[in-house]
Ligand binder design. Structure first.
Ligand code: CTP
Ligand code: MG
Length: 225
């Protein structure tokens, strides 16, 4: 099978506190976004990569990714992740499945890409991992509830969907100013089912400074080249 991937990469990395887009930061000497895009370039099922970026950063992205053989289309991202994804979805020219994957998740494996892509042919599908910690609901410094952990999963990306359906739902959400924290939540909002595929705890999102340490540690043990 074949799929296209939309990679939102137009964030500012505020929680990272660096003075640049965090995707430009390096792990083992290679920018985070390069690790991420190389993962898709290794998958022969992936025939189109759409990167949502900030226009002023386009020259940097192009120069860092000019060795990637898979065709890359650059689109202008928006103020929020959801807007960036929507812009990317409108640049997809093929039918079938689209994967949506955070530029900030560099540790993804081809087997996982294929599992979620296959599941996304018929409906929504995401990678997720079970919550390890006990989760408390808290109000004004007091526990109001202990949430049963057995039912809790942490959503990751990639998330996969039939392209025309997720594009239409993104357009509807924009028209009604509905915001979801991920693309699956938009799919759910529209009344569609989303399958969960057990993922991998290595597939972290690089968000805060300590995640760079975790990322370096992962790369000393695991081979993502
Ligand atoms: N993203 C995007 N457009 C935005 C915001 C985010 O394309 N307006 C992308 C980021 O570049 C990242 C992914 O969405 O690859 C996940 O977002 P997040 O981890 O929140 O990154 P940032 O928004 O850059 O970080 P922060 O929220 O700390 O500012
Ligand atoms: Mg953000």
């Amino acid at each position: 099978m074949r799929y296209a991937v939309v990679i939102p990469a137009a964030g500012q990395g505020k929680r990272m506190g660096a003075n640049e887009n965090k995707l430009m930061l390096q792990l083992q000497g290679k920018p985070i976004i390069v690790w991420t895009v190389e993962a898709f370039a290794r998958d022969t099922w992936c025939d189109a990569i759409i990167l949502a970026i900030r226009p002023e950063e386009e020259p940097w992205f192009r120069s860092m990714l000019n060795h990637i053989p898979t065709p890359i289309t650059y689109v202008t991202g928006g103020k929020e992740r959801q807007e960036s994804v929507r812009a990317g979805l409108h640049a997809v020219t093929r039918d079938g499945v689209v994967l949506i994957h955070d530029g900030a998740r560099p540790f993804i494996r081809v087997e996982q890409l294929r599992q979620v892509a296959q599941a996304g042919q018929t409906g929504g599908a995401i990678l997720a991992v079970p919550v390890k910690d006990t989760v408390k609901q808290v109000d004004a410094g007091q526990i109001t509830r202990t949430v049963p952990r057995e039912t809790l999963w942490l959503a990751q990306t990639p998330q996969a969907f039939p392209i025309e359906r997720i594009r239409r739902i993104h357009d509807e959400a924009a028209a009604q100013t509905f915001t979801g924290t991920d693309d699956a939540s938009l799919f759910e909002w529209a009344g569609h089912e989303v399958a969960v595929i057990p993922g991998d705890y290595h597939n972290i999102k690089i968000t805060t400074p300590e995640d760079l340490l975790f990322g370096e540690a992962i790369l000393t043990k695991e081979d993502y080249r």
